[in-house]
Design a protein around this ligand. Sequence first.
Ligand code: OSB
Ligand code: MG
Length: 369
Amino acid sequence: MRIERIELRVVEMALVEPFETSFGREEVRPAILVAAMGDGLTGWGECVAGAGPWYSYETIETAWHILGDFLIPTILDQQLDHPEALTQEWKRVRGHPMAKAGLETALWDLWARSQNISLKEALGGAKDRVESGISLGIQPSIDALLERVEAALEKGYRRVKLKIKPGWDLDIIQAVRERFGDIPLMADANAAYTLNDLPLLKTLDEYELMMIEQPFRYDDLVDHAELQRQLKTSVCLDESVKSPEDARQALALGSCRIINIKPGRVGGLASAKRIHDLCMEQNVLVWCGGMLETGIGRAHNVALASLPGFSLPNDLSASERYYHEDLVEPPFVLEQGGTLAVPEGSGIGVKVIENRLERVTVRRTISTA
Ligand code: OSB
Ligand code: MG
């Protein structure tokens, strides 16, 4: 198939409730949605760059620029091969994994549709349902947090992740353990600590967390390795792993025992799959992270999480946990045993609701061959 047309749009999605992490607070989630077209088919992708360079250096503006000026021109009017060939071609563009992933995921969807297979099948997925965890942001008070945890457990979420930062860490973990006992619990620091906090981080061992996610700087591997040597609790990397090469180095250094794989952060599904394969070979556990995606990005993540190595609950919650109205039909719902069903239809297996999409679109551009 020849790629005839690519549409980019910025959407702004109001979150059901504000999401606060150690790096900031979001009430509206912007995203770039990518539609790649050819042969009468459309493939959808989502770029997870944020409004500002807080989680990583990429933003909506940098991704718009890299997509429009460098990535789209390499594929427009070209024959669509298997999407795994793209990663090689895009090596020339240094960094910008979120921009790459936005387009790469759209091409996976388009390619799977052209083969009339599901994305799950295209990726080599095995599971029909994936385990759902929930990520709870920093709350105004401990009581507010305890309420959120209770509601999440009642809904059936398989594990709870608490966002932490200095001053919102030991007390809240202790409070949650006291109230809810030995539920599957973990913490995510989004790079808020340094090796100077080692004494505090060591006291976390008492609380038997499943893991602590990205305690140190957004690109650190060396200090995380030192921490992992000193902690009983498993270290999980998020921000620091932006490519399969980063993952290989993290494993070589012993920087973590677990990796949170986000296709959006690592340049797309092909890289995500390579990290999964590498971790499986070396007995490092993986799960699929999230970036508050709309149903489009969520569908990609759910298909990825159906691969056999995703053995821990994922940051893949129901659509209603993020948005009052998701952009896809059917929305993702929490089902039996705290799981999401992996769509079986062609490509991402969910339908984009065009009129909702129009309502949240704030910018748009079309490139044609
Ligand atoms: O660090 O995993 C993170 C959301 C935005 C940016 C970074 C992170 C997160 C989450 C939410 O934790 C995960 C989700 O999409 O449910
Ligand atoms: Mg994280």
